[in-house]
Write a protein of this length. Structure first.
Ligand code: HEM
Length: 106
């Protein structure tokens, strides 16, 4: 999928994850976010279209998505241990990553 489509998938599933009281639905939403974040690494932000794939900017962009994926995995691990409230609290913190990378590359 294109980057903007992957972002919409990330955003829709994030909304569901933060709203749900079901551990299964929370985990499914985070898994969908994870797959979209992984796929987004193959894209190029419109802002970086003039940059080489191995430029510092493109590496920084992909690093941001890896950071999000790492946070998703930590939250998924908590949910799998039955700690849904803690998992959600960690998921709230994805916003910091979103905001700092949107500021740089969106
Ligand atoms: C929970 C985390 C995130 C959410 C909910 C989110 C959400 C969104 C949304 C809704 C859009 C607009 C998509 C559209 O135009 O249809 C967007 C665009 C964008 N996001 Fe994210 N985002 C997240 C994390 C990130 C991260 C970690 C990065 C970079 C490392 C990133 C980079 C971008 C870029 C470059 C665009 C512009 C894409 C374009 O115009 O084609 N986002 N994001």
């Amino acid at each position: 999928a294109d980057l903007d489509e992957n972002m919409d998938i990330i955003a829709g599933n994030y909304k569901t994850a933060l709203k749900t009281d079901s551990a299964d639905s929370f985990k499914q939403s985070l898994q969908n976010m994870r797959a979209a974040a992984q796929d987004a690494k193959q894209g190029t932000p419109p802002k970086l279209e003039d940059k080489a794939p191995d430029s510092p900017e493109m590496k920084g962009f992909r690093h941001g998505l890896d950071t999000l994926i790492g946070q998703i995995d930590a939250s998924l691990a908590l949910a799998s241990q039955g700690k849904l409230a803690e998992a959600k609290k960690q998921a709230e913190a994805f916003k910091t990553t979103r905001d700092s990378y949107h500021q740089k590359y969106r």
